[in-house]
Design a protein around this ligand. Structure first.
Ligand code: GLY
Length: 256
């Protein structure tokens, strides 16, 4: 169960955030703010305490707070983002993390290693880490070494298609895994109860489990039904403006 969630309010210059889908247009900032509030309310309805960090104008992608830290019940790992424009963004979360973890339980990924939290999927005490354009082998090796210190385990996941691992896969607990695209038949995930998300609804594979409920992006009816059929109460939140920046429900928070 998660007790806490950290989010960061988007800054006006989010419209200049990284995107692989410029054809979707620039985000509407006012709408993005409303969607962020709705997202926070959905999280609160799952019984977590939400800490809202101040706007950070220095980093357009700073609302995607998931990428700069990996938090678990034993330690916090401050990452080292692989995206050029996000380098240094991780430093801006450290003071907040210190309010939740003692300093000797805060670890750091160091250059030349890179790692972004969007590439990390926690399954109990095991962490799958996508070897992506943002997360390199050195980052994964450091990450697994840190996990080992806390008697946790990790493994690298080969991937080619998606930005981050969790762009295409989401763990819903109880061995249930949303999978899309290259992850549907991925050997690393064959032992899960796979809930397949069709290509035309791929964005919905970035849904999030929060204390027995699943928050799903608005507009993906087949995915919503599949998740409901698997026995979950679903909460729908519109994240259309974040989708324009390759961002999804998981990217917008740290849940721990
Ligand atoms: N726009 C989110 C990211 O690329 O990290």
């Amino acid at each position: 169960m998660f007790k806490n969630v950290i989010v960061r309010k988007p800054s006006k210059n989010m419209v200049d955030g990284i995107t692989s889908a410029p054809e979707l247009g620039k985000p509407d900032f006012e709408l993005a703010l409303k969607q962020h509030e709705n997202y926070i309310n959905a999280l609160k309805s799952c019984g977590v305490k939400v800490t809202k960090l101040d706007v950070n104008d220095r980093y357009p992608d700073s609302c995607f707070v998931e990428d700069v830290a990996v938090l678990n019940r034993k330690c916090a790992i401050i990452t080292n983002p692989g995206a050029e424009s996000r380098k240094g963004e991780e430093k801006e979360i450290i003071d907040e993390i210190k309010k939740f973890y003692p300093e000797d339980k805060i670890e750091y990924i160091k250059a030349p290693g890179t790692l972004e939290g969007g590439d990390v999927m926690m399954v109990g005490d095991h962490f799958y880490v996508g070897l992506s354009d943002r997360t390199n082998q050195d980052g994964i090796d450091q990450f697994i070494k840190i996990l080992d210190k806390y008697k946790l385990t990790g493994s690298a996941v080969e991937m080619k298609e998606f930005l981050h691992l969790k762009t295409g896969v989401a763990y819903l607990e109880n061995n249930n895994l949303l999978v899309s695209g290259e992850f549907i038949e991925h050997p690393d995930f064959k032992d899960f109860n796979r809930i397949i998300i069709d290509d035309d609804e791929q964005y919905a594979s970035n849904s999030i489990w929060v204390n027995e409920k699943v928050i799903v992006p608005e507009g993906y009816e087949k995915a919503k039904k599949s998740i409901e059929d698997a026995g979950y109460e679903v909460i729908v939140v519109d994240t259309s403006e974040y989708r324009k920046l390759d961002g999804g429900l998981s990217c917008l928070s740290l849940r721990f």
